[in-house]
Design a protein. Structure first.
Length: 438
């Protein structure tokens, strides 16, 4: 029987700031979006400390900063610093791997760990080991974690969610009916907001009611694969293994940015798109991938998204190639509405072949699809020089910072500039910083 831990840092962003600045400890703080140029748009909070939640339990992620400050008088609002979060995240995963090599990152501050084979070497049981891990986190990093323990990943995750912060909780299969079934169906791991709402419309309010629901009735609303998962999960069944290599299984690479103000200015929009393509291209090259399907996301001021894709005949990773395709998609599908958010991603990824194979394939693609005359088509040597220069520029920016050398259109302030700022750029789901050191 396996022993699985789910480790989840408590109010991670707030904890990182408090660990770096002890004067923030025991204070009601939140991490909130920066003030926007457009006065009609109000920044929102990303997370709040447990001290803030103790004052008013209604404070939550997604509410506006003014709303949060009304709920919690004296609330300190801190701008995000993703560079800081990445450093603490790397340190957090380093500590977990000191206890077991079988670690599966889920997000910047959350992981599964299989400690089945580690209990005897540590002369420990699961709870003792989990408490030891938790105390090491607190002593070395100054952050707290909640740890769930079970025999599978799903129940370990559910266990860590039961009690927070800074607590070790167990949940085993014989406890599912008493502990898991009374919970609202939306608290089942893997059941998103839309699925929960759909289940509630069917009269299914709790996980126990889902476990007892008619399978055929559910299948008519959700389809077979979703129903199989929901029924198994509601019974506490999960056969998936902790997969340390899952972080390398990349299906797409993308970036998005909320613009400083809603705009339809083409120069500003194209500048933001170039910054996005620049970052997507760099992430592709860092991870050694090339991709074929380009996707552009445009969100208007009414929060309506338009998403359009194009699959190429060949795979790419050069920034200018991505930008060319993105601009074509944007021109074809943008309806002229004010734009609030832009996103660029590339999928259908594969590992970039060794140099000779890559350039031979690229030249064949140029011959077959580009229909370029031989006197203007880039030669194999041209492409090699371009790659060498691109990788050199990537290396310079890695070492000396994003701003050390840039396309002229990205120099200075403006739409897209925040993508080049490691402090303001990031999400809770990012794992690139873990993949590069894995």
């Amino acid at each position: 029987m396996r022993t699985i831990l789910h480790i989840d840092a408590n109010a991670f962003y707030c904890a990182c700031h408090a660990a770096r600045d002890p004067s923030l400890r025991d204070q009601p703080i939140c991490v909130g979006g920066r003030k926007l140029e457009d006065s009609s748009r109000v920044p929102i909070i990303v997370t709040a400390s447990y001290e803030a939640r103790a004052i008013n339990k209604n404070i939550k992620a997604g509410m506006t900063v003014p709303e949060a400050q009304r709920l919690v008088p004296g609330l300190l609002v801190i701008e995000p610093n993703f560079d800081l979060y990445r450093r603490y995240s790397q340190a957090m995963f380093t500590i977990i791997r000191e206890f077991t090599p079988l670690v599966e990152p889920i997000s910047i501050d959350e992981a599964f760990a299989d400690v089945t084979g580690c209990l005897r070497p540590f002369h420990s049981d699961a709870k003792t080991l989990a408490h030891a891990l938790k105390e090491v986190m607190k002593k070395r990093l100054g952050i707290t974690v909640s740890v769930g323990i079970s025999t599978n990943k799903l129940l370990a995750k559910q266990a860590s969610d039961l009690r927070k912060p800074d607590i070790v909780t167990t949940l085993y299969s014989h406890e599912v009916q008493a502990v898991l079934w009374p919970l609202p169906v939306g608290e089942l791991y893997g059941c998103g907001k839309k699925s929960a709402a759909a289940l509630q419309r069917l009269g299914i309010q709790t996980i126990g009611e889902l476990a007892g629901a008619d399978t055929e009735r559910l299948r008519r609303s959700f389809g077979n694969s979703a129903v199989v998962y929901l029924k198994r999960a509601s019974a506490g069944i999960d056969d998936s293994l902790v997969n340390p290599t899952s972080i390398r299984d990349v299906k797409s690479i993308g970036n998005s940015t909320t613009l400083p103000n809603d705009t339809r200015d083409r120069a500003s929009l194209h500048r933001a798109l170039l910054a996005l393509c620049d970052q997507v291209g760099r992430r592709l090259r860092h991870s050694g991938y090339i991709g074929r399907t380009i996707t552009v996301t445009v969100r208007d001021r009414f929060r309506k998204d338009i998403q359009r894709s194009r699959t190429l005949s060949h795979s790419i990773d050069f920034t200018e190639d991505i930008y060319k395709e993105v601009c074509a998609l944007f021109k074809r599908h943008w309806n002229g509405e004010l734009v609030r958010l832009l996103g660029v991603s590339i999928s259908r990824l594969c590992k970039r072949p060794l140099s000779d194979d890559f350039y031979r394939a690229r030249m064949e693609q140029l011959d077959l699809f580009d229909q370029t005359t031989t006197d203007t088509a880039p030669t194999r040597e041209d492409l090699q020089r371009k790659r060498s220069l691109t990788l050199t520029l990537d290396s310079l920016r890695d070492r000396f910072g994003e701003q050390i050398i840039l396309p002229a259109r990205l120099i200075g302030e403006g739409a897209g500039a925040e993508l080049l700022d490691k402090k303001s750029r990031g999400t809770s789901l990012e794992k690139d910083h873990l993949r590069l050191t894995d």
